[in-house]
Design a protein around this ligand. Structure first.
Ligand code: ATP
Length: 372
C-alpha cells in the first residue's frame, strides 16, 4: 500500500465518508489503491463496502472527503465523466442485442463505426469469441457475467469496479469465475476494485484486501498477511477459523512475551502482538487450527521443547476430506479446533482421548482482549 504522493493512476480516498441523516454508513477513511492492483473491499452485509465503491464510481455523493484518480480530483464529477466503469451483480445486459452488440454498445455510443476488431479482441479476452451471435439468455450465468466484464472494459477504463459480481452464481461457477477474473485483470493490467462478503473470494483474487466492519476499514493487507497476522478479533474470526486463548502476561523480554493460560505457558513473538500486553494484563493468544499438532497424551514426552502446548480431551471428530477436524475440550479455550491431515492421523485420536495440542510460537498471534 502506497502512502506517498499519488502516482499516475492510483485511486486515492482522502477522509471520505458517508452519512444518511444521523446514521454513518462510512466513517471518514483514507485509502490508496495502487494502480494495476486487484483490490478487494471485504466485509459482512451492511459494513459500508458498496457505499465506498459507489462513492468511487460517482453513484453516491460523499458527505465529506475527496476521491482522486491519479492527479485528477474526481469527487464532484458525474459517473460518466470518470475513467471508471462498474460491473454489478445483475449483469444488466441488453436482452434484445446479441453478445457482440452488447459489448460494442459503449463504442457505438461514442459514435465509432468500425468496432469489429476491438469487440473481437474483447470477446477473445473473456473467451466468448464463439458466442458472439448468441443472445444473453442463450448463455450460462458465468458467461453472461463475462459479457458484462467485456462490455465494461471495452472503453478502456482506468479502474473497473465490481460490486458482488459473482453473487448470483452457484458455488462451483463462482470459484471458476474468480480465477477467470484474476486472469483477465492480469491480462489487461488495470486496477480492479472488487466488493465481496466472501472471504475466500477476496483471498483468492486480491493482491490487497481491506476488511471493513461497521463503516470502517478494520485492517488492510495482503491475503497472507491478514490471515497470518490479524490485528483484531473481528479479522481473526472473519478470515478463517481462529482458536483464541485468554492468557495473562507473565513477562516480556523485548523479543518474546511469555503468558500463562491455565497451568500452561505460552510464548508469543513481540512482533506478532497487537495488544498493549502489560505485565499481569490479559491478551487473546491466537492460533490457526492447521498450525497445531495433536499428540496423544501418552506420547507427550516426545514433543520437542520450545513449543506452545495446551492439554485437553477430544470432544468430537469429523472427516472433511483431506483432513480430519477435531474439536477439543480444553480449560483455556472452549471448542478448540484442530485440523490434522489424514496421512498424519493417529488411530488413538478418538473422542474421549486425552491429548496435547502444540505449535510453534512463530505461528502464534496476540490480540487485545479488551477490544469490543
Ligand atoms: P451489502 O453487502 O448488504 O450490500 P454493504 O457492506 O455493501 O452491504 P452498504 O450497502 O454500503 O453495505 O450499506 C452500509 C449501510 O448504509 C447499511 O446499514 C445500509 O442500510 C445503509 N444505507 C445504504 N444506503 C442507504 C440509503 N440510501 N439510505 C439510508 N441508509 C443507507
Amino acid at each position: 500500500m502506497k502512502t506517498t504522493q499519488n502516482s499516475s493512476g492510483d485511486v486515492r480516498l482522502t477522509g471520505i465518508g458517508k452519512t444518511y441523516g444521523s446514521f454513518t454508513a462510512v466513517h471518514p477513511l483514507d485509502l490508496t489503491v495502487p494502480e494495476g492492483s486487484f483490490f478487494a473491499l471485504l466485509g459482512a452485509s451492511g459494513c459500508g463496502k458498496t457505499t465506498t465503491l459507489r462513492m468511487i464510481a460517482g453513484l453516491e455523493e460523499p458527505s465529506q472527503g475527496a476521491v482522486s484518480l491519479g492527479d485528477q480530483d474526481v469527487t464532484h464529477l458525474p459517473p460518466y465523466k470518470r475513467p471508471v466503469n462498474t460491473v454489478f451483480q445483475s449483469y444488466a445486459l441488453f436482452p434484445h442485442l446479441d453478445i457482440f452488440e452488447n459489448v460494442a454498445f459503449g463504442l457505438r455510443r461514442r459514435g465509432l463505426k468500425s468496432v469489429k476488431k476491438q469487440v473481437d479482441e474483447m470477446l477473445d479476452l473473456v473467451q466468448l469469441g464463439e458466442q458472439a451471435r448468441k443472445k444473453p439468455h442463450q448463455l450460462s450465468g458465468g458467461q453472461q457475467q463475462r459479457v458484462a466484464v467485456a462490455r465494461a472494459l471495452i472503453n478502456h477504463p482506468k479502474v473497473l469496479l465490481l460490486d458482488e459480481p459473482l453473487g448470483a452464481l452457484d458455488l462451483k461457477l463462482r470459484r471458476q469465475m474468480q480465477l477467470e477474473l484474476k486472469r483477465i485483470q492480469t491480462e489487461v493490467g488495470i486496477t480492479f476494485i472488487h466488493v465481496t462478503h466472501d472471504q475466500e473470494e477476496a483471498m483468492t483474487m486480491a493482491d490487497t484486501v481491506a476488511v471493513m466492519n461497521g463503516g470502517r476499514v478494520e485492517q488492510l493487507g495482503s491475503p497472507a498477511d491478514l490471515y497470518e497476522n490479524p490485528k483484531t478479533t473481528f479479522v481473526a474470526n472473519f478470515l478463517g477459523t481462529s482458536n483464541l486463548i485468554e492468557a495473562e502476561v507473565d513477562s516480556r523480554s523485548g523479543e518474546e512475551i511469555v503468558l500463562k493460560a491455565g497451568d500452561g505457558k505460552l510464548v508469543l513473538p513481540e512482533a506478532r502482538c497487537a495488544a498493549p500486553a502489560t505485565t499481569g494484563g490479559k491478551v487473546l493468544v491466537g492460533i490457526r487450527p492447521e498450525k497445531i499438532t495433536l499428540t496423544h497424551a501418552d506420547d507427550a514426552g516426545e514433543i520437542p521443547v520450545g513449543r506452545n502446548r495446551i492439554t485437553g480431551k477430544i470432544a468430537a471428530t469429523s472427516f472433511i476430506g483431506v483432513s480430519t477436524q477435531y474439536v477439543i475440550d480444553s480449560s483455556v479455550c472452549p471448542d478448540f479446533e484442530v485440523y490434522v491431515q489424514n496421512i498424519d492421523r493417529d488411530a488413538r485420536l478418538v473422542p474421549g482421548a486425552d491429548v496435547v495440542l502444540h505449535w510453534s510460537p512463530a505461528h502464534t498471534f496476540g490480540l487485545d482482549a479488551a477490544q469490543d
